[in-house]
Design a protein around this ligand. Structure first.
Ligand code: GAP
Length: 446
């Protein structure tokens, strides 16, 4: 088990440095709801972009789409969620707080908050779907659900994508977006939220046992290797098969990618063999034929679906936990985030050695503008002394700091137009031309 104080340090750093804030904090907040600040939104965006590139744009067999959050009740009846998307719940008979019956740690934590061990109600089932109503009057308003998984938005558009893009099977449809679950016990910062974001691929294949096994094995490995590329030490990630009684109602087979957090091994990502569950049920419930005609064989069938599904917020949390470091540099202790340059919110900070020298400032701004043309996310900082600026960037995971000094202006003629480039993890510095510094950044974020 890793050090639990790491979690507290991450929560504090995330708020202090503008990554993640409690949602609507000035009104007392809402359990399981968080807001992303200026750096958090960039980190989250970079993770999503990395997913989108690997799973969608870099492939010829996958299409992207973006479905709506609000969907009619019938969708969720068809998918099985109104009936089966439940958690067992128990209620404390002393204070009436409700806790998940299958989470002994939540029960134990609650019992500790009472002087005497409280009595619990018998377990009941609690549906996690979040409902609302649409319509201008009470009478005509219709019940709709905020999607409990982004998946169904893809399945209900299966025919639209087939008719517009004419894909050859096997093919996939990928999506990123918000999902909502009325979690009984949201907990562990942004690990279990009531509003969160998912990134998913639904990969449609011929309904064939061997093909199913082959594709499942392929996507399991693909997702595992992609997750590692977010910058994880391999020893803290593992693949785990679900036991048959642990699988969701739609899954023929299911594996999780798990990360070793300070609160144990936890699910980061799921790979599910959904068979023909979703398309068959939507065909039945909507009355629209969601089968696929394979021109190469002349067969018509309902495809099977291999799903890759990951939480964006969990990826943000796990990436922060993984990257957090404390060390000593130049005789001082420091905190830094060893984020992969690819997902770091800021790629490089440009700075004049001294703020009160107009020539240095003007040249530094030129360098910043030139680098910005080559890469987005190049920051400027001229506050305080250079050591403090480095520490600030270390703490938010900026991989490079570039300083413009008197040598850049030509004080040492052979160093004219060169800058110092400092590496976050080692604190080492090298002297480079601006073009070479731009190449270093490019090489690191690819
Ligand atoms: N479409 C399949 C599906 O939704 P899931 O295992 O329920 O499967 C997929 O969710 C991923 O979504 C999980 O691996 C996790 O990363 C993320 N996730 C699920 N519930 C979450 C919650 N309450 N808060 C944050 N992330 C969550």
């Amino acid at each position: 088990m890793r050090d639990m104080s790491l979690m507290e340090k991450i929560v504090s750093l995330a708020k202090r440095r503008g990554f993640i804030f409690p949602g609507s904090e000035i009104y007392g907040g809402l359990a399981g709801i968080y807001d992303y600040g200026p750096l958090g939104v960039e980190l989250r965006h970079n993770i999503k972009q990395h997913f989108w590139n690997a799973f969608i744009t870099d492939r010829d067999d996958v299409y992207g789409m973006s479905a709506s959050i609000l969907m009619p009740e019938r969708v969720w009846e068809a998918s099985g969620h109104t009936e089966l998307f439940t958690d067992p719940l128990v209620e404390c008979k002393t204070c009436h707080e409700r806790v998940r019956a299958d989470q002994p740690e939540a029960i134990a934590a609650h019992e500790e908050s009472h002087p005497e061990k409280p009595e619990w109600s018998n377990p009941s089932v609690f549906n996690l779907l979040v409902e609302t109503r649409l319509g201008a009057s009470e009478k005509s308003a219709t019940k709709v659900y905020l999607r409990g998984e982004i998946t169904q938005g893809v399945h209900v558009n299966f025919k639209n994508v087939v008719d517009s893009m004419h894909p050859k099977i096997p093919f996939g449809i990928g999506q990123i977006g918000k999902a909502f679950r009325n979690e009984i016990t949201p907990r562990d910062f942004i690990f279990r939220l009531r509003e969160f974001e998912q990134m998913e691929l639904q990969y449609y294949i011929r309904p064939d046992e061997e093909e199913g096994k082959r594709q499942f094995a392929f996507w399991k490995e693909f997702a595992f290797s992609w997750y590692q590329s977010l910058g994880f030490d391999k020893t803290r990630l593992r693949l785990r098969a679900h036991a048959p009684d642990e699988r969701a109602h739609y899954a023929k087979d299911a594996w999780d990618i798990e990360y070793e957090t300070p609160f144990g091994w936890k699910e980061a990502w799921g790979i599910h063999h959904r068979g023909d569950w979703d398309l068959r049920r939507h065909s039945e419930y909507s009355g629209h034929d969601l089968s696929y005609f394979d021109e190469s064989t002349g067969e018509r069938f309902i495809p099977w679906d291999i799903e890759c599904s990951g939480g964006v917020d969990r990826a943000v949390l796990f990436v922060l936990l993984e990257a957090y470091r404390e060390d000593e540099l130049g005789g001082e202790t420091r905190t830094y985030l060893a984020l992969s340059p690819r997902i770091a919110p800021i790629k490089a900070m440009v700075s004049p050695l001294l703020k009160n020298k107009p020539d240095l400032v003007a040249r530094a701004r030129e360098v910043r503008d030139a680098l910005r043309k080559a890469h987005p996310a190049i920051a400027w900082d001229d506050n305080g002394n250079i050591g403090k600026r480095y520490r600030r960037q270390d703490e938010i995971g900026t991989p490079f700091c570039i300083t413009i000094d008197f040598d850049t202006l030509g004080e040492t003629p052979e160093l004219k137009d060169t800058v110092t480039l400092r590496h976050r993890d080692t604190g080492e510095q090298e002297r480079l031309t601006v073009a070479e510094a731009a190449e270093r950044i490019k090489g690191a974020i690819q």
